[in-house]
Design a protein around this ligand. Structure first.
Ligand code: NAG
Ligand code: NAG
Ligand code: NAG
Ligand code: NAG
Ligand code: NAG
Ligand code: NAG
Ligand code: NAG
Ligand code: NAG
Ligand code: NAG
Ligand code: NAG
Length: 727
């Protein structure tokens, strides 16, 4: 039969009975897990696969970053992941999260990596830890703590002694911190990664970069953790396993084996979607294409494939990199930002994984066979087990268009364009191009609370300046990345009504005021016409520059600068050297209005006028229940930051999305295809983790930079897909 309905009904049954939190019977029993982890494992490899205690492994892996969720979400997310046939969890350890100031370490709350690893171990999931310390990850500064930039003579990711000293301090600390968790010591961690995609930027560092990459590998090996080290996209080093990152990696395998015939083929980042930019659409990579890429990979001999991200979650606080990346890190992953299966991606992946694991013994019993061409753009990779007589094949049509009809073993197969069929004993049991459930189910929310008696407090323009200079100063040297905000203030002389203010070189975003009156907001090169309310004569120009996340992917990130740069002109007059006063932080941050312990220090008024640069305070009661999954619908607001009981849940911005393109992924997907939601705010809903809410009284504080109607904000409940009777 062409399409195996049996699996579909089986899945439905799992959903109805187990509500994704699969019942304990289908997971490894606690006894099995205890036997698996607790005694040291022998993790080795050859060209074909990782070998654990003598057994070959075909590993299906999922990226989940523990700080992109809160602790109570970890277990259900990992359970749903395990239930989807995933064996391996891949995570980063974020240096800037764990070592906020030199020598002080943070492993609390959602930084509690060992608590996360404990759940992985309990569920019988293996783990890959990517130590970085550079991690990219759309994470602020790619994981580097800001204080690293302030070390004299430092050059990041180079053969540079100050950098290598800091890197070895941190790596030694974190690698030792996790020592009990390596498989060699009875823990779940079977692979470790140093650096990240360095090979893509190495040329920019010349010979010194090559030396650094070698040193990084050598240093990692010297830490002696008893499991293999990998480096991704690093094709010039033999002492660790090189791995592939990309939307497709099957063509890489041959190149890899030519260079390193004894290394297995590992795919560390298969992007099942993409991250979202502010003003961009919601990325979407159809599951048909994701599974096509995975099937091609396994057919060509790949033995570990990781979805980056499988569950993306939320980048809380000021942790998003960028600049200009959304707070949601949903990534179009199989488990959505809120921890629920995203369909049809989740179920289709589950079905595919189940089949791969069921026949993994056939696939791993031999080297990948040379594909046999059966017709135009159609080939078959036919695996068979000499021992059992079974076969398992990948029948692929790699053409972008055209259904092909081919013969195999005397049977006729119709093969859809850009698809792979899985054949067991020459019978098709799965087709990557089939979509039994339909197109993506959008996330839905229902309002559960609107807010009354909202407090309002407007920012003070009575600025006490901390820094003064002839020209505007570089922002990060003043804010040290402790805040997004830096005020730049100068005196201007307006010679005509309708004068044009030009800020052709700003790094991120400005809110421009004249004499405390809001004029305009600009992103990138900005021209602003000062209208008739600003008469001829002397005025005060006040520009709030907003940094929207530090760069996470670039060469020489130590050289990152931000803020307003020369020239600044008023009509044709260069006012860059007018003498500027600068001040980091907005007043409400200094007063810690976001912290309920300090929010009482100012007089909050009733909501009126919706002025710019305003703080709003919402006090409300909530009865928490275990099935809650909440968000704030921020429609009506413009841009700012949200705090819940003192926790920063992230930046918000209701900027409209534009630039969505049609979904013509056949022939090769790229993130500019298939986006959704153009014409709507790029992000309207902001996840409020229940871990940060209280049963009873709660306080939400919002800082709005521009304009908003706080009375339009509602607390919403995520509608849980499929069933009402679970969670
Ligand atoms: C670990 O397994 C590999 C491959 O099966 C084997 O060659 C090696 O001797 C084993 N090492 C130990 C310490 O048992
Ligand atoms: C991490 O979580 C465990 C519980 O799993 C707890 O015992 C431990 O104190 C936590 N660590 C920190 C630093 O909060
Ligand atoms: C599958 O087809 C191949 C090619 O015709 C044949 O060699 C093999 O015996 C077949 N296997 C089974 C189980 O039918
Ligand atoms: C800015 O002002 C603060 C407070 O006076 C001072 O500590 C700091 O050194 C100044 N920064 C620069 C770069 O001048
Ligand atoms: C903007 O200013 C920065 C910092 O001085 C400089 O590196 C950059 O080249 C400038 N960009 C433009 C377009 O002038
Ligand atoms: C001038 O600009 C301000 C701020 O954008 C606006 O409130 C005001 O209505 C404008 N006045 C005129 C006459 O355009
Ligand atoms: C700003 O105005 C200048 C001079 O009129 C012009 O050259 C430049 O392209 C404008 N920039 C933007 C972003 O509109
Ligand atoms: C806010 O409004 C309420 C009800 O309308 C009123 O009782 C209260 O006095 C107002 N508070 C302030 C500070 O104006
Ligand atoms: C949560 O559970 C309660 C009690 O079972 C139920 O009344 C409510 O509808 C559930 N809420 C959601 C969003 O499923
Ligand atoms: C508020 O103060 C209490 C008591 O000192 C403390 O336990 C709590 O952590 C503080 N809350 C915040 C958000 O800082």
């Amino acid at each position: 039969m062409y399409k195996n309905n049996y699996y579909y009904y089986l899945l439905l049954l799992i959903f109805v009975a187990g509500c994704f939190v699969v019942d304990a019977k289908s997971l490894d029993s606690v006894e099995t897990v205890a036997a698996k982890f607790g005694v040291p494992l022998n993790v080795s490899y050859d060209h074909r696969s990782l070998i654990i205690n003598g057994e070959r492994k075909l590993l299906l892996s999922a990226s989940i970053h523990y700080p992109r969720a809160t602790p109570s979400m970890w277990r259900p997310v990992l359970e749903a992941t395990k239930a989807a046939g995933i064996d391996l969890i891949e995570t980063y350890t974020f240096w800037n999260l764990h070592e906020p100031t030199p020598g002080t370490y943070n492993f609390e709350g959602n930084a509690n990596v060992t608590a996360f690893l404990d759940i992985c171990a309990e569920l019988g999931l293996y783990v890959t830890v990517r130590f970085g310390p550079y991690v990219c990850a759309e994470w602020n500064y790619g994981g580097f703590p800001f204080w690293l930039k302030e070390i004299d003579g430092i050059v990041f990711r180079d053969y540079n002694q100050p950098f290598m000293d800091q890197m070895s301090n941190w790596m030694t600390y974190i690698v030792n911190y996790l020592r009990p968790y390596y498989a060699s010591n009875g823990g779940p961690i079977i692979l470790a990664q140093v650096e990240n995609e360095y090979g893509w930027l190495e040329a920019a560092y010349g010979a010194s970069g090559t030396k650094y990459a070698l040193w990084a590998a050598q240093f990692a090996n010297s830490l002696d953790i008893g499991i293999p080290w990998i480096m991704c996209s690093q094709d010039d080093i033999a002492t660790v396993i090189n791995t592939c990152n990309g939307f497709y990696c099957h063509d890489w395998i041959d190149v890899h084996w030519t260079a390193y015939p004894n290394q297995p083929a590992f795919w560390t980042e298969n992007w099942p979607g993409w991250f979202q930019n502010w003003e961009g659409g919601v990325p979407h990579r159809p599951v048909q294409d994701v599974l096509y890429s995975v099937a091609r990979w396994i057919a060509y001999g790949g033995s570990m494939m990781n979805y980056y991200m499988w569950f993306g979650g939320t980048t809380f606080g000021r942790w998003t990199g960028g600049p200009f990346i959304t707070t949601s890190y949903d990534y179009d992953g199989a488990i959505d930002e809120y921890g629920y299966p995203y369909e049809p991606k989740y179920s289709q992946s589950l079905e595919f994984h189940t089949i791969i694991h069921a026949y993994e013994h056939i696939i791993l019993s031999m080297n990948p066979p040379k594909p046999i061409l059966l017709g135009e753009n159609v080939e078959i990779s036919h695996f068979y087990s000499v021992e059992t007589g079974e076969s398992f094949s990948f029948l692929a049509n790699f053409g972008a268009t055209g259904v092909q009809t081919v013969q195999w073993n005397g049977i006729t197969f119709k093969v859809q364009p850009w698809s792979v069929q899985l054949l067991y004993n020459n019978v098709s049991i799965f087709d990557t191009s089939a979509t039994p459930i339909g197109s993506p189910v959008p996330k839905q929310f229902t309002p559960i609370k609107s807010f009354e008696n909202i407090g309002q407090w407007s920012e003070s323009f009575d600025l006490t300046f901390t820094n003064y200079s002839e020209t505007p100063m570089e922002q990060l040297s003043l804010t040290r990345d402790q805040t997004d905000y830096l005020w730049y203030v100068t005196k201007i002389e307006v010679n005509r009504v309708g004068a044009q203010l030009s800020l052709p070189n700003i790094s991120d975003m400005v809110h421009v005021f004249v004499d405390n009156q809001y004029i305009a907001t600009g992103r990138g090169p900005t021209n602003i016409t000062l209208n008739s309310t600003i008469g001829v004569g002397g005025h005060t120009l006040q520009v709030l520059h907003t940094k929207v996340g530090l760069v996470n992917y670039a060469e020489h990130m130590e050289a990152t600068v931000a803020g307003i740069f020369e020239p600044v002109t008023l009509d044709s007059v260069d006012i860059s050297s007018n003498g500027w006063s600068m001040k980091p932080f907005v007043q409400g941050e200094t007063l810690q209005l976001y912290n309920p312990n300090h929010s009482g220090s100012v007089q909050w008024t009733n909501v009126t006028g919706n002025p710019p640069l305003t703080w709003y305070k919402f006090n409300f009661n909530l009865e928490l229940s275990s099935n809650m999954s909440l968000a704030l619908d921020m429609l009506g607001m413009t841009k700012g930051m949200i705090f819940v009981n003192g926790y920063n849940i992230g930046r918000y911005w209701l900027a409209l999305a534009y630039g969505c393109n049609p979904c013509t992924y056949q022939g090769g997907y790229s993130p500019s295809m298939c986006q959704l939601g153009c014409g709507e705010p790029s992000q309207q809903y902001y996840h409020v983790p229940t871990d940060w809410l209280m049963n009873g009284e709660n306080e939400i504080v919002i800082f709005e930079e521009v304009y908003g109607n706080p009375e339009a904000i509602t607390l919403v409940q995520r509608v849980i897909p499929y069933t009402n009777d679970c969670y």
